[in-house]
Design a protein around this ligand. Structure first.
Ligand code: BTN
Length: 257
């Protein structure tokens, strides 16, 4: 059971999470917030679901999460239009918010994997799916979907990357209410930096990404590109050093060679 009062008391934001919707079961919190017909328009709205029947990951993958064990939620941004030119930095803000919350609350060392996975001990504990909708050619709605493996104690099945949970790494259960509030507090902090001090975000992100300088390959569909993870640019795209020069990567799964 998620105790909303325990979450609310620790929430320290101006707008993120101030409109909070808690549901037992839903198809996908992202699908719900993206669909205007559901009538949710308040920016900063957070939808938290105890169970998703069609939880989605990047590249049409399925996001599996045991009922009532983890955090599966989405955040709606519906009026911060200036931020919508910097979708990668919103992605980075979300992954930094999760990583720093885990480090601050549980003293576990985290690592970021481009574009936005959060790892503990090289295993994935959080995935982020940012989606947007447009009117004409202008983005007018952004949904940041976050799945954190919190108290799940085992994972079955085939995974693109080995999964873990905070509980498995820490050796004890953790309080989801406190963690969610901390993530949202941090997320709002980073969002405010996007326009004022974007370098702050890319700098922190790079410090936490231990793959920079490593030989990697980037897989996108059937295409595999090899090279050295040279850097990320100011908008958060990966710069891959290949035999022919520096190539900007906008999408793909990164693995160490
Ligand atoms: C990934 O790593 O592929 C991204 C996973 C994102 C999962 C979250 S859970 C809450 C939100 N609702 C969804 O359907 N997906 C995101």
């Amino acid at each position: 059971m998620f105790e909303i009062e325990n979450f609310d008391i620790k929430l320290n934001t101006d707008f993120i999470g101030r409109n909070f919707i808690y549901v037992e079961e839903i198809d996908s919190t992202n699908t719900f917030l993206l669909d205007r017909k559901n009538g949710i328009n308040i920016s900063g709205t957070v939808v938290l679901a105890e169970k998703q029947t069609k939880g989605r990951g990047r590249k049409d993958r399925v996001w599996y999460s045991s009922k009532e064990q983890n955090l599966t939620f989405s955040i709606l941004l519906s009026k911060e239009y200036k931020l919508f030119d910097h979708l990668n930095l919103i992605n980075f803000s979300a992954s930094l918010a999760v990583a720093n919350s885990i480090e601050n609350l549980y003293q576990l060392r985290t690592e970021l994997k481009w574009p936005n996975d959060v790892l503990i001990n090289k295993k994935k504990t959080c995935g982020i799916l940012l989606e947007s909708s447009s009117q004409g050619n202008k983005v007018d709605r952004v949904v940041v979907g976050i799945g954190v493996n919190v108290n799940q104690s085992m994972f079955q099945g085939q995974f693109n990357y080995p999964p873990t949970s905070i509980r498995m790494e820490l050796g004890r259960e953790v309080e989801r209410e406190k963690l969610l509030a901390e993530i949202l507090n941090n997320f709002e902090f980073y969002l405010e930096k996007i326009l004022k001090e974007p370098n702050y975000i890319t700098r922190e992100w790079k410090e936490k990404c231990r793959m920079i300088g490593e030989k990697i390959y980037v897989k996108e569909g059937e295409t595999i590109k090899n090279g050295i993870f040279d850097d990320i640019d100011e908008e958060g795209f990966l710069l891959l050093k290949t035999k022919t020069g520096i190539e900007k990567i906008t999408i793909g799964d990164v693995s160490i060679v």
